[in-house]
Design a protein around this ligand. Sequence first.
Ligand SMILES: [Zn+2]
Ligand SMILES: [Zn+2]
Length: 52
Amino acid sequence: MPACKICGKRIMVAKTGVRSYVCRICGRVVCREHFNLPRGVCVECFKGKRPR
Ligand SMILES: [Zn+2]
Ligand SMILES: [Zn+2]
């Protein structure tokens, strides 16, 4: 079972409508709460808008 790399919560992918999300910048697996759907990135990468 995957776990969110930000909050450490396990992602219940067996549940309907629940899935893990992979950030397209850092590749981290995160939960819905820590993923920015429109951008396709995790909240950490979304906050740090300018990657170096
Ligand atoms: Zn999370
Ligand atoms: Zn990220």
